[in-house]
Write a protein that binds this ligand. Structure first.
Ligand SMILES: [Cu+2]
Length: 500
């Protein structure tokens, strides 16, 4: 049924475009000028080819083929628990074991034989809707697959471009929210201009029962999803998937092509790379090229191809420029550019922490260890200090500075601060509720505003304060997560400095 209507559509297209196709086959050089959608270059030729699939952020190598082929794609659905954030577990449903799913690359005109396998260990049935398919449901109806089964359907990749694929099994929103999306690139017959790096980045919004960074196993929250109130907005399925050691890399003077998708299920992305300008964007994944773009809009279920050359070394932060999503929901990735600075383009002096905040720290091992120890009831003062140090970087150091010295007249010092040492319960309340009004620290008066650090959990606050108490000549001591919990429960009023 599905195949028949697909075939019908193909025949119609073929009849309509027959002339163009013949012209192309006679003189392949013309293909570069062929209008989009003329992708039926006749029956597949040669031996069937197995498509190379890659996990994000990698992209399969370019196709240097000048004829349409029979390409076999084998994609397996795997339901698995992975970290969505540090110490936060979430059961994802994936195409190929990753979020987003494996990247698929074919050539326009290829006949794609698609195999969808559903791991026997899975609990749910799944299917696939590829936006690059011309045919009802994009393959969805032909690919409904129960656990332990496999489905097969075939389509011709008529249109070139970058396309989202996703699961379309009811409840569709839930399958997508659990990570069931990815990208398929249909290369134009003449290929794409050569670049130094191609990367695969895909945004998605996630809905967990607990709040942002609440530790432990987190279930999917249907209510939040319906209300479009995501707990996380992420690139490549996890907070930190593309930061620290896992940052994307390039050298100065190189060209970078980003295939950027948005799986949604709900949000539209305002994709931006801080400190870079896209030389070219194929917006909405279409054929038109927009030049000199700062921020490109990527609809849910859409994608774009952004290309730029790097000129200045440093960390380039990719964000959804709906900016709370970047700094408070995780939508942040990094492209690390190495090489010689060019002072004529940019003067230098890099301050990662201004933008990166606590994501700039190279690793979260200490935080992981503290979380683990706390769970096992073996948390030591040393664990807390180490974890607290990692968390302090970016979170508090932005204002109070890495050495705790503060900035005269603006941010009071935490180093040897008589104010924080004087009253521990009061100090615990400061990160929770912020601080406003006049305070005197070491004889100097400050009258400013510290916003509440409400993104921090009890154990994070406990570790940070324990680190502060044991650093820079402060008196020492230990704050337990329980102390923070109690303080959180008690204090509703803001810790007005004047009130004490
Ligand atoms: Cu599914």
């Amino acid at each position: 049924m599905e195949l028949q209507s697909l075939r019908g559509a193909l025949q119609r297209t073929r009849a309509f475009l027959g002339l163009a196709a013949i012209a192309f086959m006679a003189a392949p050089a013309l293909a570069a000028n062929a209008p989009a959608g003329t992708g039926d270059f006749g029956p597949p030729r040669g031996e069937p080819i197995h498509a190379v699939l890659t996990s994000p952020p990698l992209v399969p190598p370019p196709i240097h083929r000048n004829y349409p082929a029979h390409v076999i794609v084998e994609l397996e659905v795997v339901e698995k628990t992975m970290q969505i954030s540090e110490g936060v577990n979430y059961t994802f449903w994936t195409f190929g074991g990753t979020v987003p799913g494996s990247f698929i690359r074919v050539r326009q005109g290829d006949t794609v034989e698609f195999h969808l396998k559903n791991d026997p260990a899975n609990k749910m049935a799944h299917n696939i809707d590829l936006h690059g398919v011309t045919g009802p449901g994009g393959g969805a109806a032909s690919s409904f697959t129960a656990p332990g089964h496999e489905s097969k359907f075939t389509f011709k990749a008529l249109n070139e471009g970058i396309y989202v694929y996703h699961c379309a099994t009811a409840p569709v929103g839930m399958h997508i929210a659990n990570g069931m999306y990815g990208l398929i690139l249909v290369e134009p017959p003449q290929g794409m201009p050569k670049v130094d790096h191609e990367y695969y980045v895909m945004q998605g919004d996630f809905y967990t029962g607990g709040k942002y960074r609440e530790k432990g196993d987190q279930p999917f929250d249907m209510e939040k999803a319906i209300d479009e109130r995501p707990t996380y907005v992420l690139f490549n399925g996890a907070e930190g998937a593309l930061t620290g050691d896992k940052a994307l890399k390039a050298k100065v003077g190189e060209t970078v092509r980003l295939f950027v998708g948005n799986g949604g299920p709900n949000l539209v992305s305002s994709f931006h790379v801080i400190g870079a300008i896209f030389d070219e964007v194929r917006f909405e994944g279409g054929t038109n090229v927009q030049k000199n773009v700062q921020t490109t809009l990527i609809p849910a279920g859409g994608a774009a191809i952004a290309k730029f050359r790097t000129h200045v070394p440093g960390s380039y932060v990719m964000v959804d420029h709906s900016i709370f999503r970047a700094f408070n929901k995780g939508a942040l990735a990094i492209l690390k550019v190495e090489g010689q600075p060019d002072k004529s383009i940019y003067s230098g002096k890099e301050l990662d922490s201004v933008y990166l905040g606590d994501r700039s720290r190279p690793n979260l091992e200490a935080v992981t260890k503290a979380t683990e120890s706390a769970r096992q009831g073996t948390l030591t003062l040393q664990d807390q200090v180490k974890a607290g140090e990692a968390l302090f970087t970016g979170t508090c150091s932005v204002c109070h500075q890495a050495n705790g010295a503060g900035i005269p007249g603006v941010f009071p010092p935490l180093a040897k601060s008589d104010y924080l040492a004087a009253d521990l319960p009061r100090t615990i309340g400061i990160p929770l509720r912020g601080l406003t009004g006049k305070v005197t620290v070491n004889g100097t008066q400050y009258d400013s505003v510290m916003p509440p650090m409400s993104q921090l959990n009890d154990d994070e606050v406990a570790n940070i304060l324990t680190f502060v108490l044991n650093s820079w000549g402060n008196p020492g001591g230990q704050v337990a997560a329980d102390d923070v919990k109690k303080s959180r429960a008690q204090g509703t009023a803001s810790t007005a400095a004047a009130a004490h």
